[in-house]
Each structure stands twice: as C-alpha cells, then as structure tokens.
Design a protein around this ligand. Structure first.
Ligand code: HEC
Length: 182
C-alpha cells in the first residue's frame, strides 16, 4: 500500500515536471517563431524581414514632395553607432538601414501640420560587401503595406533599387545624411 502510494505521488510530481517543461519549450518555440516573423514571406532575393526593426533608433527623417510621403530612416545598432560617430562612407559591414514610409495627412485641428497617414512600406539596405558585391555591397528588400507583402516578382527587382541609388555612389549608395543632433 505504502509503496504504491509513494509511486503515485512521485509519478504525479514527474508528470507535473514534464508538463511545465513542455509548456516552457512550447512558449520558447512560439517566441522564436514570432521573432522571425513566420507569417511575413521573405523578399524574392531571400532576405528575411529584419527582426524588431520598429524599435531601432532614428538616423534621419525625410520627406518627398513629389509623392507627398513622410519617411523615417532607422538603423540597427551597427548603423546607428556609425551614424552618430560620422563614420558612414562607407557604412560598416553588418549595418542595416530601414526606411518606413507613410502618406502624409493634415492634422484635423492644425491643417499645416503634416502627420503620417496610411502606411506605405518598409524597406531595407543590408551591408554585406561579399554577399551583395553585385549591388554595391548592399542587399535590398521591401515589404508593402500593413500586410507586409514582399516587393518584386523575382530577385531582379534589386536592379531598380540599385539603379536609382547609383547617383549617390560616392556616398556608399546611401541618400540619407544622419540628422544633426546636439
Ligand atoms: C526612383 C528612385 C528610387 C528607387 C527605385 C529606390 N529608391 Fe531607395 N531611396 C531613394 C531616395 C531618393 C532616397 C532618399 C530619400 C528618402 O528618404 O526617400 C532613398 C532612400 C532609401 C533608403 C534609406 C537609405 C538611403 O539611401 O537614404 C533605403 C533603405 C532604401 N531607399 C531602400 C530601397 C529599396 C529596398 C529599393 C528597391 C525595392 C529602393 N530603395 C528603390 C530613391 C529610390
């Protein structure tokens, strides 16, 4: 009697341990999967949407008067360190620049104040000179709309990006100048 009682108790503890362990493993798996944005498809050139880009610091804002869009250029840690220290021609290996674009809209209480309206897209330039040697050392990728649909029918879309960035070749193919800050 005593022996069977003990074995039931210890079996219960054992089951509880397995239960907790599997819950932790499940939570970790979901966490890792979310971090990699599994629901967001990779760009046709194989680039995955960078994790946590929305939390990156600002390098500069910009505005395009030809299509009335407000932009914010963000950088990963390597890019921001380079930007803050003025070390950006060339940008260091591993730097990632993100650009987030919104249609402008007027503030309803102060119409001359322009605010971000509809989200247009998020796009990226990833510095890896060896991997992206044919496009100036930068990997290009864009995801459209809040649905984050990868841009481009095939990997050749990067020629559009690279082509339009060649006028700033002498600035390491980057238009943005880090904004002046105190
Ligand atoms: C028609 C020209 C044009 C095309 C095509 C183009 N860009 Fe740009 N891009 C610009 C200009 C101009 C800027 C700077 C002004 C601004 O902030 O939008 C810029 C800025 C950027 C920036 C911020 C860093 C920088 O260079 O200032 C990123 C990131 C970027 N583009 C990614 C892309 C990607 C990815 C593609 C292709 C899917 C692409 N661009 C295609 C003109 C272009």
């Amino acid at each position: 009697m005593v022996a069977s009682h003990v074995s039931i108790v210890s079996g219960g503890v054992y089951m509880k341990k397995i239960y907790w362990l599997s819950s932790i493993i499940l939570a970790m798996t979901i966490g890792i999967a979310c971090a990699l944005h599994p629901s967001v498809k990779p760009s046709p050139n194989g680039i995955q949407l960078p994790v946590n880009y929305k939390d990156w610091p600002v390098i500069a804002p910009s505005y395009r008067s030809d299509n009335n869009t407000i932009r914010v250029i963000l950088g990963n840690e390597i890019a921001v360190r380079a930007a803050r220290s003025g070390n950006v021609v060339p940008w260091p290996e591993g730097a990632i620049l993100a650009k987030i674009v919104w249609k402008e809209k007027s503030h309803e209480k102060w119409t001359s104040a322009l605010l971000p309206g509809k989200f247009v897209h998020a796009e990226f330039m990833i510095k890896d000179s060896a991997k992206y040697s044919s496009t100036g050392g930068w990997g290009f990728a864009r995801w459209k709309g809040l649905e984050q649909i990868p841009y481009g029918d095939d990997a050749n879309f990067v020629q559009q990006c690279f082509g339009c960035h060649t006028p700033v070749k002498e600035n390491d193919y980057v238009f943005t100048r880090p904004a002046e800050m105190p």
